[in-house]
Ligand binder design. Structure first.
Ligand SMILES: NC(=O)c1ccc[n+]([C@@H]2O[C@H](COP(=O)([O-])OP(=O)(O)OC[C@H]3O[C@@H](n4cnc5c(N)ncnc54)[C@H](OP(=O)(O)O)[C@@H]3O)[C@@H](O)[C@H]2O)c1
Length: 300
């Protein structure tokens, strides 16, 4: 039995990882590293064996205790943290000092392409410290439709993005959580590998809008805003400038890049096909249809 610390436990991926670990009867002790233990205990009330520890990427005084007696860590970068030197350098140093060699890091597809991508810098830190790792590089989450893009879909009946006809590879976070849980349990067989996790479909936002409209009555549109209009629309919606710029880059850059690569890793690992976007849309039909539902029922 090993002790596995899950960071970002209450987020999209972390929650799915914990769900799949317990659904598959993990033999390991799982510890959720969270900022608010009371809140996390409510979220994970169905998992009685789960342990909790105070962990804050932005407070290095929490590292010592949270990394004590940990054998393996699932690490992600919360979306708002980009200053790797300030937050990840001290953390990885402490991971090394505590002799934790098993690091599973949630990176992003294409992280190898640019040194300015924070995930690229974190991968480099982990390898520079000589830690054994698995780098997971997933493609574009289907759940972006039911989280980041949901308000525009529900209220404006639009997807507003400067994405043009760029193709994105669509992956279900359930497939990511399931794969990650297996890799955490079976680290040694996959160690020091970079693994891309994707679905089998590369689709642009016009195609995705058509797919959504096949299953709902109150149709939506894809609004291919230029980057200035996108910036001011999101600013008016109250988003902070940093986040808008990240969203802009994420959706604008693929217009000038080749189509995402498709990986068969999930099928090889689980023997199952990855979720199709049409299946996901059907699963989430209610939330995409109704303008008054404002909480995404992912947790539970
Ligand atoms: N969206 C995509 O299409 C996509 C594709 C590939 C890769 N990714 C990568 O996936 C990662 C995001 O994963 P996600 O969607 O699971 O994230 P998420 O849902 O936004 O969750 C973030 C998690 O981090 C925790 N957190 C935030 N700040 C923290 C802090 N200072 N200390 C400790 N915990 C903190 C949050 O906990 P609280 O409950 O305390 O807030 C939450 O559990 C990013 O690195 C992103 O680049 C995203």
């Amino acid at each position: 039995m090993k002790r596995i610390l899950i960071t970002g436990a209450t987020g999209n991926i972390g929650h799915e990882v914990i769900r799949f670990l317990y659904d598959n009867n993990t033999p390991n002790q799982i510890i959720a590293g969270v900022r608010n233990i009371d809140k996390a205990k409510i979220e994970f009330k169905n998992y009685a064996q789960l342990d909790y520890v105070q962990f804050d990427f932005e407070d290095s005084t929490t590292f010592d205790k949270s990394l004590d007696n940990i054998d393996c860590i699932f690490l992600l970068r919360p979306p708002h943290i980009s200053d790797i030197d300030n937050y990840f350098y001290p953390l990885i140093k402490e991971v090394k000092a505590k002799k934790i060699t098993q690091v599973v890091f949630l990176s992003v597809q294409g992280a190898e392409k640019s040194k300015i991508i924070p995930h690229n810098q974190i991968e480099k830190l982990i390898t520079d410290y000589g830690l054994d790792f698995i780098f997971l590089r997933p493609s574009y989450f289907m759940q972006n439709l039911t989280t980041t893009l949901l308000n525009d879909i529900q209220v404006k009946r639009k997807i507003i993005l400067p994405a043009g006809k760029a193709k994105f590879n669509w992956v279900d976070i359930e497939n990511i959580g399931e794969s990650t849980a297996k890799l955490l349990n079976d680290f040694d067989n996959y160690k020091n590998r970079v693994i891309e996790l994707t679905g089998y479909e590369n689709l642009d936002f016009y195609q995705v809008t058509d797919l959504i409209n096949e299953t709902i009555n109150n149709k939506i549109k894809f609004d291919n805003a230029n980057f200035l209009r996108f910036f001011w629309t999101k600013k008016k919606d109250g988003l902070n400038a940093g986040l808008i710029i990240v969203m802009m880059m994420l959706h604008l850059l693929p217009r000038f890049q080749s189509e995402p690569k498709i990986s068969t890793f999930y099928e090889k690992l689980t023997g199952k096909k990855p979720t199709k976007l049409k299946e996901f849309i059907k699963r989430e039909n209610k939330i995409l249809t109704h303008p008054n539902i404002d909480s995404y029922p992912l947790k539970g």
